[in-house]
Design a protein around this ligand. Structure first.
Ligand SMILES: [Zn+2]
Length: 152
């Protein structure tokens, strides 16, 4: 396993758990809540079970782990062991992300992806900036949005 994978991600990889209630996700939830937004979490009635949905705004928000979603940033590196296994797994994740995106858009959802590197690591942004940008996107009318760390 690569050194670059932090302890939280590593333990998630080992245990097979991922992508739920991560630190970046909790920060986004708390921040949006403090800004007066109300949302639902991991709604199984919405394709891809977005981390947050704000039905009033037709907005689905994903807080993506950079490893699991193969983000082209410094937090991602293909593991040096069991490489073929990880390649196949991450490739499946990519396909799934693309499918989910298509279905959501077709169903009238807007999609915001907040990458882990926006909130973690040396290129992270100020959390208030992330939340301001997320807030502006939710209130705006762009169909898709993305917030990433400064290196991307
Ligand atoms: Zn990233």
């Amino acid at each position: 396993m690569p050194d670059i994978v932090d302890r939280e991600t590593r333990s998630r990889m080992m245990s097979g758990i991922r992508g739920k209630d991560t630190k970046p996700e909790l920060l986004i939830r708390k921040g949006l809540h403090a800004r007066g937004f109300r949302f639902r979490l991991h709604s199984s009635r919405v394709p891809g079970r977005p981390d947050l949905i704000l039905p009033r705004y037709h907005a689905a928000i994903f807080v993506h782990g950079c490893f699991w979603h193969s983000h082209a940033c410094h937090l991602f590196r293909m593991p040096g062991t069991r490489t073929e296994f990880w390649k196949a797994k991450l490739e499946r994740n990519r396909h799934r992300d693309a499918e989910v995106r298509e279905v959501l858009l077709k169903n009238g959802w807007r999609i915001l992806v907040i990458w882990e590197c926006a909130l973690k690591g040396k290129y992270r942004l100020d959390p208030d900036e992330v939340l301001d940008r997320a807030t502006a996107w939710v209130r705006g009318d762009e169909t898709e949005g993305e917030i990433a760390g400064r290196s991307v």
